[in-house]
Design a protein around this ligand. Sequence first.
Ligand SMILES: Nc1ncnc2c1ncn2[C@@H]1O[C@H](COP(=O)(O)OP(=O)(O)O)[C@@H](O)[C@H]1O
Ligand SMILES: [Mg+2]
Length: 317
Amino acid sequence: MPDKLTLINITKTFPHFSLKVSLAVKDGEFFSLLGPSGSGKTTLLHIIGGFVAPDNGRILKNEIDITYLPADKRNIGIVFQDYALFPYLTVYGNIAFGLKIKKGISKKEIDRKVREVAETFGIAKILNKYPDMISGGEKQRTALARAIIVKPDVLLMDEPLSSLDAKIREKLMDELKKFHKEFGVTIIYVTHDQNEAMFLSDRVALINNGQIDQISTPLELYEHPKTPFARSFIGKMNVLHIQGKTIYVREENVKIKKSGKYRGIVEKIFYQGSTAEIFINTDFGTVKALDFLRNIRQLKIGQSVYFDFEEVLNGNS
Ligand SMILES: Nc1ncnc2c1ncn2[C@@H]1O[C@H](COP(=O)(O)OP(=O)(O)O)[C@@H](O)[C@H]1O
Ligand SMILES: [Mg+2]
């Protein structure tokens, strides 16, 4: 299958930051750019969308060079991080906007399409409201409806759920996944949240300091992180120095037992609902163990415990 979107040696340099990226996204793929704040995710997304010009490199869409095409000619939709809804237009007006500027589409046809997409995203009842009268989740849905109504080849989304509370975020993640399955649109999704990236994506590109660190499926990224950055960024990892060696152990692979190879003192227990993180003070620093609350009810601060590592990631894993 040919690539839907290809970035070839795209570079962009700011006074204190530089970006250098090559990657290829497949047709219909849900592709995430995952990285910490300041790693260049938004800059890269804006380069793809045509809002920021790269210094060098080429962008291909359906194998055609679009590097110098203006944003409104690319047929690439974008949901901006702050949604960027037009405050002086109603939800209806916001969703209809892209169709209205397209010319040649009748009012009746626009109306039918707006109502259809509003139905899909559960916002049919708020079409007459203005953006300042609706909730964060509704704004998110409106921005998505506005981007999707023109049937873009590629949909870009910049941290679309980051300003929403946990419950609504979970619901929208679910909806987004269903929406992607149903419509099959190619999505490039920017997030700093690994859970979102893991749940939603076909593939994840880990980005660090303006460079792609690793591109793989979510499972592959979790089980076989290839670089020191991937190892420390994905999951909850202990980076330990024992007998002159650096080893990586996921917190869920530290098992507290009646007897074991290592020993330490329980320093702190950080409860997180159904799970808890146990900080164990050892000769080689603090080791964190993650376990279900029901398994560690008896533990007390100051108590001496034994533990083992169930699985260790080394440099080549
Ligand atoms: N227009 C600009 N001028 C100068 N520096 C910029 C500009 N846009 C972004 N940057 C810098 O580029 C880096 C990456 O920013 P950004 O792409 O917004 O990262 P992210 O979205 O991953 O948080 C940051 O250090 C930011 O300060
Ligand atoms: Mg950003």
